[in-house]
Design a protein around this ligand. Sequence first.
Ligand code: ZN
Length: 129
Amino acid sequence: MSGGAGGHGLLGRRGRGPAELDVLARAAGRLERLSLYPRPLDTARVRILHVPWLFRLPWFRRFAGYNMGPLILLRRPVGEVTEDLVTHELCHVWQDQDHRVRMWLSYLRCGYARNPHEVEARRAMRETR
Ligand SMILES: [Zn+2]
């Protein structure tokens, strides 16, 4: 296999393209203003991936984006999503970096809609516009 930014696997394209790096930098710049957690958000390993097949599965159908660890998974290509959506998902990346286990347990306990991590991510998106 050769390297480079080409190629489309199950998790979308390899390598971070300019559109991905651009929206990531803008979203990170917005979140930096909030100082939500003691350690700054680390975007070095964050990847934004377009994985349309995932969002056809029953649990994921309701979402436009989904965070898993350092991955931001998108229903639409990165060039077609709003900076707001990436800011929301990147807030979850920061939550995950600060307290991964507690975060995932909260989704088991509180579910999705009223989860404090969702409330925080929605507020982070709104307050940095
Ligand atoms: Zn969310």
